[in-house]
Ligand binder design. Structure first.
Ligand code: BES
Ligand code: ZN
Length: 881
């Protein structure tokens, strides 16, 4: 069992940051590895800051101290003390060497933090996870990112049980030991913070590729997986090579060790981890093959590989001073990955995907009781702050800065940032200073974005003066006060815009003192500003916030005709899609308010016209045919009834399907189905995406016909995208007919955990109150376990976050079951329990009956006295506001 730090512990505050009084210059680690017990010997060369007079306090949790010596002499028991969360040592000086020996228990470690076992005890392998504070579960240390040390790591283990021994850094010798044991040593030439330490030991296979960096270093790229998975690593290897080339070309960043290892595990709390020279991946984010992976999963693997690789510079070479600066590495790296993925695939589709995620995950977070700034001011449990705000909003802030500086200016800025801060632990201020200094601009006004929670609203109003031939655009910004930040500042908000004529052509924009342009960026800095465009012969239609130039909610009273014009003509692919989304929202509101069918027709007519437009990319059409999701719709309502929202959205899609017409949908489906292929090129992926969307729309109009198509598609599917898509349509629209292919899939993939996760998730998503019973039945499936994070997320996480009508049953049974499971999960894995608990976000705006049931479920959790700090913080915040 884990020792529980007191749940009511004091928060950590950014304002209290102090440079470390002690550092570790060098660390030598020696591991005696075993499944049940491992012994860790650590030799630390200590440095003291002469300006501070603090005792030596090392972090350490769940460690069994076996021996301790200072400067070669065993320490008497009165010269050190075990304190809450660590160890205090007397008598250390600058230059002292502290030696400790501890025992840890990998197989009993269900929290998957520190050293743990992945898989069954007889065949599984050992690995570590240290970010953010897992290293203290391995040895006593100064476990904070501003302490950077040189690592030399020796691993010893039984050769038959652990044939492969890996740690970060370059290999530095290996050999045999007595009794069938062996050893291997790794030395990392780059000083690093402890959260980037990693080791892996066990039976693993590998694929390998040689790579020469742009600056001439020969690197061995090695991807490791268990024998049954090694055949699915090729795509990740290709993606890795693309990522490395891209970072050389776009950011001038080269890899800096002789080896780069990537390891796949099925037991992982997160998606992947950027440990120096030894990235560790959730198998879900690494393995890919056509028979078992969907197109979305392929793109995800490419994105995660890129993200973790890019951290080698944005995170590892330049790390964070403290965990409040987390977005310095995560927001920047997400932005780097987004740019890479946009370059590798379709840029507008990537932008649509990222903004959709922002709206689905970050906007609700920013509007609810868990709201926090991109750089939080305080936390109790740092693992709870790997959030959509730190990641996705953080990436949007970097995007704004990059847009402000332009491509070349941004590159000058990042070059200076990497040069100035290489080997250092930096802050958000360091980032803004480097970007600004390299370009002679002052970016400090943007710092306010990092300190303020909440999504700004921007209101736009246009006025055309025919006599003066001028168009005046008035922009204003609005910030709702929040509990912790009652007074908000105005922010610099870049609004990229263009003007369109009634014929759909872009109009040249003439502003005072500027050269005419077809697109411009205005930065709204005050509460309200006016922008005057001259020499316009007609009232223009503005295309605002192009490419989503700032993470705000834009309010503009477009007429449906104006939106339809942008939807038909805007060359900015993102804004084109956005115009469609806004039209869909108008249609939704008309349905909701009973405004009559005409309110819906503008959206349906526009899409019915585009439906057969041969110039339109199939994937973009698929996205255009998809109205905002239920979460986004709920965000706009003062009082939320998930059942009603679901019904409205279904109605909306039914209207669209009806307007396009059964025969056209059927014909389009048949044409797309005739081209079915396993190929992964963009065109084939786009066809599959559109095919699925068309099938879903057809299923609303004519379920029998759609299910007949789906049954054939399931049977003949050349790959997972088609197979899973067909299965979802069958399970949703014909329960009786869905049962057989569901059973078939279950048997076909009985030995493939990732494919089984999709089977659990698909069923957890089926709308309606009866899904709760299905979830409970699935919990009894022999393959279900709370111990595996992927499995728990697939069934319970998907149910709570991906199934509004199921989770939000009006009788509250969904909430009660979920709260019970969170409690059970918390005893095993607090990080996962806390993360899944965020599904309750938004409960305060539910209609009264559900609100009371959700509150009661949360209160029942809060009343438990043995909650982890992780879960206690989330539940506490959730009930606070
Ligand atoms: N550094 C994180 C992984 C991490 C997060 C470890 C929190 C420990 C605690 C990694 O770089 C990351 O951000 N991973 C993401 C995926 C990425 C593509 C956004 C993840 O794991 O979800
Ligand atoms: Zn990351």
């Amino acid at each position: 069992m884990n020792a529980r730090p007191e749940a009511a512990s004091q928060p950590i505050r950014l304002a209290d940051y102090r440079a470390p009084a002690w550092r570790v210059e060098r660390v030598e680690l020696d591991f005696e590895l075993g499944i049940d017990a491992a012994e860790v010997a650590a030799r630390l060369l200590l440095r003291r800051d002469p300006a501070q007079d603090e005792p030596l306090r090392l972090d350490g949790e769940n460690l069994e101290l076996l021996s301790i010596a200072l400067d070669g002499r065993p320490l008497p028991v009165d010269a050190y003390r075990l304190i809450d969360g660590g160890l205090e040592v007397d008598g250390a000086r600058d230059g002292s060497v502290l030696e400790t020996r501890v025992r840890v228990h990998p197989a009993a470690n269900t929290a998957l933090e520190g050293l743990y076992l992945s898989g069954p005890r007889d065949t599984g392998f050992l690995l570590t996870q240290c970010e953010a504070q897992g290293f203290r579960h391995i040895t006593y240390f100064l476990d904070r990112p501003d302490v950077q040390s040189s690592y030399s790591v020796t691993l010893r283990a039984d050769r038959a049980r652990f044939p492969v021994l890996l740690a970060g850094g370059n290999p530095d010798g290996a050999g045999e030991l007595d009794g069938g044991r062996h050893w291997a040593r790794f030395v990392d030439p780059h000083p690093k913070p402890s959260y980037l330490f990693a080791l892996v030991a066990g039976r693993l296979e590998r694929i390998e590729r040689g790579y020469r960096t742009a600056d001439g270093r020969d690197v061995q790229l090695k991807i490791w997986a268990e024998a049954d998975a090694i055949g699915r690593c090729q795509y990740a290897m290709d993606a890795l090579e693309r990522s490395m080339r891209w970072d050389e070309r776009v950011y001038g960043r080269n890899y800096d060790l002789d080896v780069f290892h990537v390891v796949a595990t099925h037991d992982f709390n997160m998606g992947a981890m950027e440990n120096k020279g030894l990235n560790i991946f959730n198998a879900k984010c690494l393995l890919a093959d056509p028979d078992a992976s969907t197109d979305d999963e392929y793109r995800r693997v490419e994105a995660v590989i890129a993200h973790e690789y890019f951290h080698n510079w944005s995170g590892n070479r330049v790390t964070c001073r403290d965990w409040f600066q987390l977005s310095l590495k995560e927001g920047f790296t997400v932005f780097r990955e987004q740019s890479f993925s946009a370059d590798m695939n379709s840029a507008p589709l990537k932008r649509i995907e990222d903004v959709s995620l922002l709206r689905r995950a970050q906007f609700p977070e920013d509007a609810g009781p868990l709201a926090h700034p991109v750089r939080p001011a305080e936390y109790r449990e740092i693992n709870n702050f790997y959030t959509a705000t730190v990641y996705e909003k953080g990436a949007e802030l970097v995007r704004m800065l990059a847009g402000r500086l332009g491509e070349e200016g941004f590159r000058r800025g990042t070059d200076l940032y990497f040069a100035r801060n290489d080997g250092r632990a930096a802050t958000i201020e360091d980032f803004l200073a480097a970007l600004g200094d390299a370009n002679g601009v002052d970016l400090t006004p943007y710092l306010a974005w990092y300190g303020q929670a909440g999504t700004p609203r921007v209101r736009a109003q246009g006025a055309y003066d025919a006599a003066q031939r001028t168009y005046t655009l008035t922009l204003s910004q609005h910030h709702a006060p929040s509990a912790r930040q009652p007074h908000k500042h105005n922010l610099p908000i870049p609004v990229k815009l263009a003007l369109f004529g009634a014929d759909g052509r872009m109009l040249p924009m003439q502003m005072d003192g500027q050269t005419p342009a077809s697109e411009t960026v205005v930065v709204l800095a005050d509460a309200e500003q006016h922008y005057v465009f001259r020499d316009l012969g007609e009232r223009p239609v503005p295309s605002l916030l192009r490419g989503f130039s700032a993470p705000v909610i834009l309010e503009c009273d477009y007429t449906p005709a104006e939106l339809a014009l942008l939807l038909a003509h805007d060359p900015d692919g993102f804004n084109r899609w956005e115009a469609g989304q806004q039209l869909a929202l108008r249609a939704h509101d008309a349905l909701r308010d009973g405004a009559g069918p005409h309110g819906v027709t503008a959206w349906c007519d526009a899409l019915a016209t585009l439906f057969d437009d041969p110039r339109l990319d199939a994937a973009l059409l698929a996205d255009l045919l998809t109205p905002p999701g239920e979460v986004e719709l709920a965000e706009r309502e003062p009082l939320v009834d998930p059942e009603h929202i679901h019904a409205l959205r279904r109605q909306l899609q039914l209207r669209l399907a009806t307007r396009i017409g059964r025969d056209r949908l059927d014909a389009r489906y048949r044409r797309l189905a005739a081209q079915a292929t396993a190929a992964l090129d963009a065109g084939s992926q786009a066809n599959r995406r559109l095919k699925q969307r068309v099938l879903q729309l057809l299923a609303l109009l004519d379920p029998a016909l759609a299910c007949a198509h789906a049954a054939a598609q399931y049977r003949d599917a050349p790959g997972m995208t088609d197979r899973l898509g067909a299965l979802a349509v069958l399970a949703r629209h014909d329960v009786a007919r869905g049962a057989e292919p569901l059973a078939h899939y279950r048997a076909r993939y009985a030995d493939d955990p990732l494919a089984l996760d999709k089977w659990f998730a698909l069923q957890a998503q089926l709308p309606g109150e009866s899904t709760l019973a299905r979830v409970q039945a699935l919990e009894a499936d022999p393959a279900f376990t709370l111990k595996n994070p992927n499995r728990a997320r697939a069934l319970l996480g998907t149910f709570a976050s991906g199934n509004p009508t199921g989770f939000h049953r009006v009788d509250g049974a969904g909430y009660r079951l979920y709260a019970e499971r969170l409690l059970a999960l918390d005893a095993l894995n607090p990080q996962i329990a806390a993360r899944l608990a965020t599904a309750f976000n938004g409960w305060q705006r539910l209609e009264p009956q559900r609100r009371e049931a959700a509150r009661a479920a949360l209160a029942s959790l809060a009343a438990c006295d043995k909650l982890s700090r992780n879960l206690a913080e989330i539940v506490g915040n959730m009930l606070k506001a």
